[in-house]
Design a protein around this ligand. Sequence first.
Ligand SMILES: [Zn+2]
Length: 247
Amino acid sequence: MALIPKIEFTDSKTNWSIEIEDIGTTGRNKKNPNKLNYNKTYRTCQYLNCSNTIMISRLSGLCDEHDNHQHDLFLTLFDEKGGKVKSPRHDVIINNLIDWAKSRNFDLLPFFSDCSFTILGNIPDVSTLSKEVIHNNFIPKTLDEYLKICIETVNRHFPETNNSSFQMLEIKNIKYPARVLAITLVGLLLVEESNRGDRWFWREIVKDEAKTDFLGAAMPIAYFAAMNFPWGMEIGKAAPKFIPSGK
Ligand SMILES: [Zn+2]
């Protein structure tokens, strides 16, 4: 099993960068949520070069050995000097972006709507990206090309031409440019969608997105939606309960 090649994006003005690497089965690789045998046509495992027989009623289309993805994408953030920084979790990034946006009357909703429209359902799962599960009439782009699509979302809402994109936000004594937090967030959305999502499969391969069963990157966006709602009261310590379990 070859790992998905590592990719990197450096933000030219801030010199911060993110790296997305495949840690294979050493991380917390997840079950492949796709139902490759949704129309009950296969009697053998659909993992590349595997000839294990499966029950025709086994909707995953995968044998026990290949039930889990053999890949797990992991994001690392580097500061302007190239030092490794522990990437803040998506909910921490979202909380901080919301506080920052409020203080300057900036509407974050268009950015998150664009993330939802542009990213959800457009990023294949890790087994497809690694070409260990092959779908008829579909050739995946490289991970780098998928990341570019995500970065374009950031460019539309945190443009390099606007100084506000570079305002600093402090999280646990580390100062991050707003744009870098947005880049980290879209990177995390890509990773989440690819490691855990099934929306791409149902939309792109089956052409029936309504069958999507896993939140994937809809989870962080749902968290933003809950946190951004004008509740008219303080959510306080109950906020983490807005993070859907994601199934
Ligand atoms: Zn197999």
